[in-house]
Design a protein around this ligand. Sequence first.
Ligand code: ADP
Length: 447
Amino acid sequence: MTQKVLIANRGEIALRALRACKELDLKTVAIYSAGDKELKHLRLADETVCVGPSSPIESYLNIPAILSAAELTGADAIYPGYGFLAEDADFAEKCESSGFIFIGPSSSVIRQMGDKITAKDLAEQSNIPIVPGYRGSLPTEEHAVKEVAAGVGYPLIIKASAGGGGRGMRVVQEESELCSAIQLTQQEAKNAFGNDTLYLEKFIQNPRHIEIQIVADGKGKAIHLGTRDCSMQRRHQKIIEEAPAQDVNLVELEKTMEACLDLCRGLSYSGVGTIEFLYEDNKFYFIEMNTRIQVEHPVSEMITGFDLVKAQLKIALGIKIDLNQDEIIFRGHAIECRINAEDPETFVPSPGLISKMHPPGGFGVRFDSHIYSGYIVPPYYDSLLAKIITTANTRESCIKRMLSALDEFFVDGIKTNHSLHQRLLSDETFCQNKHDINYLEGVFLSS
Ligand code: ADP
């Protein structure tokens, strides 16, 4: 019998998932909020259900409403995408206990990886290199906590175990700042996450962000799709991503990849996942594992020809999939530019009517987007409008192809960060691949 998938997301990733479902002959249910009636994928889905008003809390984060929609439409499985409920272990657990297949790893794996201390303990047990630090409970007396911090060394970063999305972190340059910084972060963590457990890590000063894409079948088999470099970031939000990461120490990479696969095999990991690292002076430092599809997944798809979203669906729905590492052939380079509805200088969001738009096209150009001429970008959600992805044999020709694609791309009516991408793709430091995670904010935008 044809299986039915409820897509519990919006925007480009909902459209991406819908396309994959169609290719696998799966029926689709698209959910939407009252402020999202004009989403492109709603016109292409077999069924649509409004799950609440525009506010994300009342719609895309509304677990009872989403489960009711699944019940009502007789869906077999729920596709979470990224953001919203994608890494919410309680949601995955409720899907499981209500008899729906959650398209992703089990709720217990999501829970383990969502707790940063547990994730680091597990990573360390699989010999994944981690940032040196202190993950025991922090002593309350001032002299004792200072001693622990001195053991880690300055500068250090205080992190909330339950933190996420770049929140719940504070850098401490020297001992005199330590105690007040701990107090503040503890308070913030308690308010934001309801859990004030903290840990300390050495602050890596000028790293690149490199991540490894994993696919695993839930039965102890795991393969990798290589690396991505996502060092071009602003406020921990990635802006440009590419695959593969270049100028990486191959001996360290090989060891690190093997350790990542060991971790996934050990967890009987099911679906796709990304293990993120900071990389400095030829060394990898694990920061976290994301148990979902990433925004930047297309660059890995373009250099391997492997469809990650179809893999997610197949693994979860028990459709036969061959995961053989030696059949993954890496070819060329791919770059993704995230086009956001925002002012290119102030970064203030810019929702509103797209009066006209032209997508880029041509050989080696991919355009993943839900926007069209006449679409109104609602003000309630993430500002991602489109992902332009180019592929070519070398990084240099990939950059040229992206510049040409950016020239073709045109959006009228709202502001976008289009021109920021044009400037970045022509920037010498970027072209020479010499940027790190601090470059965009610390150098490029402040000069
Ligand atoms: P979150 O889950 O909130 O995104 P992460 O642990 O993934 O938190 O860290 C987010 C970002 O913070 C990283 O991409 C990096 O830019 C910075 N960061 C985190 N840990 C360190 C560290 N030890 N040294 C330097 N920068 C760090």
